[in-house]
Design a protein around this ligand. Sequence first.
Ligand SMILES: NC(=O)c1ccc[n+]([C@@H]2O[C@H](COP(=O)([O-])OP(=O)(O)OC[C@H]3O[C@@H](n4cnc5c(N)ncnc54)[C@H](O)[C@@H]3O)[C@@H](O)[C@H]2O)c1
Length: 261
Amino acid sequence: MTTPISPVVDLTGKSILITGGGGGLGADMAALFTRLGARVLLADIAQDSAEAMAAKVGNGALGVRCDISDEESVAELADVARCEFGRIDALVNNAAHADLAGDLDLLGTDTSVWRRTVDVNLTGTMLVSRAIVPIMIAGGGGSIVTIVSRAGIAPPLSSRRLTYSTTKAGLIMLARHMAVAYGKKGVRSNSVAPGTIETERMLRDLSAERLTQSRANVLTPSLGRPEDISNMVAYLASDAGRFITGQTIQIDGGVLTGLHE
Ligand SMILES: NC(=O)c1ccc[n+]([C@@H]2O[C@H](COP(=O)([O-])OP(=O)(O)OC[C@H]3O[C@@H](n4cnc5c(N)ncnc54)[C@H](O)[C@@H]3O)[C@@H](O)[C@H]2O)c1
């Protein structure tokens, strides 16, 4: 299904870096942003996926390998952004690590699972932001959108995903910190918290029972689709979102609004 284009959201001439842009939500964003006129830089630990997606979306898109948890790899990414693009108008912190099998409750989660998840999600996102914010400021400002999760606002009642939830909660604060610290320099920073979105990976990884439960929990007739996230991120990245900063926008079918009696 193709996402309808809203006339208020125009990304013509903008350079946008998407981490984890090789698949899932990041790839959907890359396709929409390109249709709205942007040139995208896709950074993914999976080099083939990043390159393939860049070739697919076109408009001068570039796909590069980057492990966001590795400071050297992030420095190389910043060099590409500076040399090949010259400016970054929007950064989408989208890459994340999730260990569905090993990330359990406090007593059941192995330290190695905790460390890798924190390294990628929290430290990695900080490293990319720290490398890109000076480029953004040098270009006169821009918009940072950090993809967090409903799980970073309320822990799943299953008591699973301790580490993922904790990193996403931390990222909400990182996004707010950047809004406060660099707002007067023209940098806006927001986070977007998806609920369950029917990406290929989610439909493959989640059990039929879990999907049925998720569909029952939302206030909407169905679960979210990738374009529900991409549309909001495009809006925040565009000049239409110029007065929106420091916010956490939940796109979750209202799942946290009602209480089970
Ligand atoms: N799909 C959902 O229902 C859902 C719900 C809530 C939050 N989210 C969040 O949305 C974002 C995208 O999720 P998705 O479902 O598309 O996930 P996904 O696993 O399909 O895509 C994540 C991408 O990040 C890349 N990546 C992983 N580790 C990396 C690293 N160290 N360095 C660089 N790239 C790395 C992967 O290769 C992959 O292309 C994530 O931040 C995720 O936590 C998704």
